[in-house]
Design a protein around this ligand. Sequence first.
Ligand code: SF4
Length: 284
Amino acid sequence: MKEIFLCAINNILSGTCQEDCKFCTQSVRYHADIKRYTYKSIDQIVSEAVLAKENGALGYCLVTAGKGLDDKKVDYVARAAQAIKVEVEGLNLIACNGTATKEQLTYLKDHGIDSYNHNLETSERYYAEICQTHAWSERYETCENVRSVGLALCSGGIFGMGETAEDRDSLLTSIASLSPESTPLNFYHPNPALPIKTRNIEFDEALEVIKKARMLLGEDKLLMVAGGRELLFNNKEHNMFDAGANAIVIGDYLTTDGMSPSKDRHMLEKLGYKVATSCHPTDA
Ligand code: SF4
């Protein structure tokens, strides 16, 4: 029976970013109507991790808004990771904190982080169209740093931000060149406050993206349908699993609501899938 991996996200520092990524409600430049806060308490993060584990999550991602890590953030994420490891057994801890040096990543690894998420977002060519405050090459370099310190790499992107079919292929090839252990595929969720107004990808094209990603990444990797799943695959989840996806995000995303975890577990059961209990795909 095919196993599906569940991953939960905790936005532990939200909506305070000075960068200009045109797809991101967490940029302060676009005044999107989202919750903004700094440094959620460690106690709250731990209780939310307990709940995620009870809901079947194997992966637990600690996300901070902002371009990258600084000393304060590294210390905070490391303390959160240590506290979770003491209280919750069996969660694969992922940090997602933007640009990171090898030293910062090593510190996180030494304090309980298992994996680092940094998405390439879109093709190298199209990146300058969606972000002017930092370069695609910086993103690629952080991913290389992740690999070089021995953390598992989680890297993917967002589809439907106005890119061409060639950009999609180029993004997938770049992701595959990093050999990430897991790859989140996000499908753009428009928000009226953001400069990118519409999503230029529909169901069939999204399935093609999943199929190509699976082919390029190999059978033994985690391929996750993350943001935008509800917009494109509601009640058609079997199509995305048939195309090669073997992981989903449960609960809410960074700034948008997801399905309730119990609804997702029910959906998986109905479709005949098992919720994975170990991070190593057996029948992907
Ligand atoms: S750097 Fe990250 S948090 Fe900041 S605007 Fe870009 S995607 Fe959003």
